[in-house]
Design a protein around this ligand. Sequence first.
Ligand SMILES: Nc1nc2c(ncn2[C@@H]2O[C@H](COP(=O)(O)OP(=O)(O)OP(=O)(O)O)[C@@H](O)[C@H]2O)c(=O)[nH]1
Ligand SMILES: [Mg+2]
Length: 321
Amino acid sequence: MSRRAEQSVDDLVGRAREGEARAVARLISLVEDESPLLREVMAALVPHAGNAQVIGITGSPGVGKSTSTNALVTELRKQEKRVGVLAVDPSSPFSGGALLGDRVRMQDHALDRDVYIRSMASRGHLGGLAWATPQALRVLDAAGCDVIIIETVGVGQSEVEIAGLADTTVVLLAPGMGDGIQAAKAGILEVGDIYVINKADRDGADQVRRDLRGMIALGERPDGAWKPRIIKTVAHTGEGVDEVVAELHRHRDHLESTGEMQRRRTRRARDEIEAIAVTTLRAKWGDLHGYDGLDALAEAVVAGDKDPYAAADELVGTVSG
Ligand SMILES: Nc1nc2c(ncn2[C@@H]2O[C@H](COP(=O)(O)OP(=O)(O)OP(=O)(O)O)[C@@H](O)[C@H]2O)c(=O)[nH]1
Ligand SMILES: [Mg+2]
């Protein structure tokens, strides 16, 4: 990279660290656009990252994730924490639409310098969520966020995937949504560090709690392991949200004192390295479509001179070489 580009990346990182929202936005855009500056940006962030507690919020559509995120931000701001929110839509190539509603539900914090809210769509990326989200997390972390909340929009595999990115996973359930069955199906009973029964102002919250408690109790946990608590909240009034925040802090202390934080982060970094490496390889593969050697290999397979595995090995040798 040219000297000028280097200076501007350093400058951007410096301004992001001072809490300038525009600089943070620009850095995340460089991630989303897979900018040629990305490697440089990531290298510049290294000395500043590693402090933030990353919290994943998962749960069925409409369970109250955005409302709860908004309430959590309010509570964390009372403690003067700098907070980042990443709303990730893994299925849509657009950052508008459904995410617009989330913005509205989080608008309490629109003018707060110490709250950074960003919507991200990750479908355009080869590595999807696994690739782009950790890089955006690094930006927010380096920008000085004490806590980063990731909310996924939409359903499916992504809910469990997001748990892989978080230090602490909060699973939201609510009465009247058939959540008991959904929870078991999505495997979120294994990933929850904190369970929240939201919409506790509605009938049936205690029943959901009983069902959930029964299901959690079924899982074996070794001595000294974290025992997830179940907390009832009413997200739009903020009731119970202080308890959730207290539990978030307690979980962070637990992760740090047991070495589990280090283990989770190492596992996450492994996934991240793998996703980047695979993406890099795939990009090289793309270039190989125009590679004459591939035609020659294909002809050899058709002629019966080579089996496809041997041909593929030869090709992989070329790609990695
Ligand atoms: N009665 C009641 N309604 C709530 C509560 N929390 C959220 N809601 C309402 O439930 C609806 C969905 O809330 P959201 O926060 O958008 O839910 P979400 O999980 O983010 O939804 P998606 O992002 O679409 O998956 C909204 O109309 C909220 O006002 C609550 O504690 N009690
Ligand atoms: Mg939402």
